[in-house]
Ligand binder design. Structure first.
Ligand SMILES: [Fe+2]
Ligand SMILES: [Fe+2]
Length: 128
């Protein structure tokens, strides 16, 4: 496996790791009847995973000289603002709205199958 393929493999492993954390959070949401006290720390931990993933992906964008790096970074900033504002809303309430959870799941999809699709194409075409 060449270096670019390894870069993509690492990114995909991070997506899978976030998905595992999100699924765990979904189970806790169901078991706690959407209690904010139970869920806020769980979702804050998920948001920290997103932050770590975006930072690692942005290093990879720079190292591989991806031409879409600037717009991809801006997309990460928008997603992080969305995630941090959802956490802030959660902290201010007694219970969590199901729409807030759906937006957090959507954030992973927006990154993994949205912004990252062109990065994956760049990495795989550059290795062909
Ligand atoms: Fe990603
Ligand atoms: Fe991304």
């Amino acid at each position: 496996m060449n270096d670019f393929a390894k870069v993509w493999e690492k990114i995909d492993a991070e997506h899978a790791d976030i998905m595992v954390a999100l699924n765990r959070a979904r189970v806790i949401a169901a078991e706690s009847a959407l209690s904010a006290a139970a869920l806020v720390p769980v979702y804050e931990a998920v948001v920290r995973k997103f932050e770590g993933h975006f930072a690692s992906e942005e290093r990879a964008l720079a190292e591989t000289r991806c031409p879409d790096a600037d717009s991809h970074r801006r997309q990460h900033q928008v997603l992080l603002i969305r995630l941090l504002s959802i956490c802030q809303q959660m902290r201010g309430g007694q219970s969590i709205e199901i729409e807030q959870l759906q937006l957090i799941f959507q954030s992973l999809l927006d990154d993994a199958i949205g912004a990252d699709a062109s990065f994956r194409d760049y990495l795989t075409s550059a290795t062909a």
